[in-house]
Design a protein around this ligand. Structure first.
Ligand code: C2E
Ligand code: MG
Ligand code: MG
Ligand code: MG
Length: 278
């Protein structure tokens, strides 16, 4: 009967829950251990202008687990965020990236580097101090650092968010809104916060040449940015059709497989320093 069926469903559900909880717990233990064992790596993906010249790079975290293999950030970032491990992991990504940045500066080929900041990391009381300390320790130039924040983070506790951003912006740090257009927030924060850049989410970029709604969203973001004097970068550009669509609408910064996949930071730097680019 229905009652029995209901009971079966609950049993199955509880078993699934249990599996998920213990999987999560195991993943968390693995993350902790992985950080100690240096299983993480920073990859860099180029950001190019309309001529294809490299203007910067985004740092993307990779986790090479001895048994699990290469684990996607989509899988482990949420667990790192919930457990708080994202704080030391995020600090480590920043240190690694600043060291690469310094290396480029010292070679006379400075480049802009973008680092993702998770909400949990940004909300730490000592977030600003930890970034300042990392900048000092690395001797890298704050002017070359972009921090990518997400919309969700910008709407809660607006006062403290603004203060933290202003303090770093005063040092020359740029702020970019990652996955712009996918959040649910009002746009009023755009005028209150010291932002430099909007990053158009790849979900809009990918179908823009064929889907009129996505095209309209991309064009609207470009118009907002123009009025507010913000730069725009499109992420997830995979082919010429998408790149042409963006260039025709004056979106001059792009990132995506069309221009280069994320590669290990050391390889990226080697290629960048060997290139004929400025
Ligand atoms: P995101 O910051 O929006 O990064 C862009 C994602 O798109 C990256 O996925 C990148 O590898 C991927 N991508 C780049 N070009 C293309 C393309 O042409 N086509 C497609 N389909 N995808 C492309 P990834 O590396 O798997 O990272 C996923 C997300 O994990 C990131 O999204 C970011 O939210 C988070 N993440 C990665 N590294 C870090 C980190 O160091 N700290 C924090 N807090 N989050 C990170
Ligand atoms: Mg990003
Ligand atoms: Mg993004
Ligand atoms: Mg994205």
């Amino acid at each position: 009967g229905a009652k029995e069926k209901g009971r079966d469903t609950i049993v199955v559900f509880e078993r699934e829950m249990h599996t998920r909880v213990s999987e999560r717990f195991e993943l968390e233990q693995d993350l902790r251990y992985g950080l100690e064992q240096q299983q993480f790596q920073v990859y860099l993906q180029p950001q190019v202008d309309h001529q294809g010249t490299i203007r910067g790079a985004e740092a993307l975290l990779r986790w090479q687990h001895p048994q699990r293999g290469l684990v996607s950030p989509i899988q482990f970032i949420p667990v790192a965020e919930q457990s708080g491990l994202i704080v030391p992991i995020g600090e480590w990504v920043l240190q690694q990236t600043l060291s690469v940045m310094r290396q480029c500066e010292a070679a006379g080929k400075p480049l802009r580097f973008a680092v993702n900041v998770s909400p949990r990391q940004f909300r730490q009381a000592d977030f600003v101090d930890s970034v300042k300390r990392a900048l000092q320790d690395s001797a890298a130039d704050a002017l070359h650092l972009t921090l990518e924040l997400t919309e969700g983070l910008l709407i809660d506790d607006p006062q403290s968010t603004r203060e933290k951003m202003a303090e770093l912006a005063d040092l020359g740090v740029h702020f970019s809104i990652d996955d712009f257009g996918t959040g649910y927030s009002s746009l009023s924060y755009l005028k209150r916060l010291p932002l430099r850049e909007l990053k158009i989410d790849k979900s809009f970029v990918q179908d823009a040449p064929n889907d009129p709604s996505d095209a309209a969203i991309v064009e609207t973001i470009l118009a907002i940015a123009q009025h507010l004097h913000l730069t725009v970068i499109a992420e997830g550009v995979e082919n010429d059709e998408q790149a042409d669509f963006l260039r025709q609408r004056h979106c001059f910064l792009m990132q995506g497989y069309r221009f280069g996949r994320p590669i290990p930071a050391a390889d990226f730097v080697e290629q960048w320093l060997a290139s004929a680019n400025p």
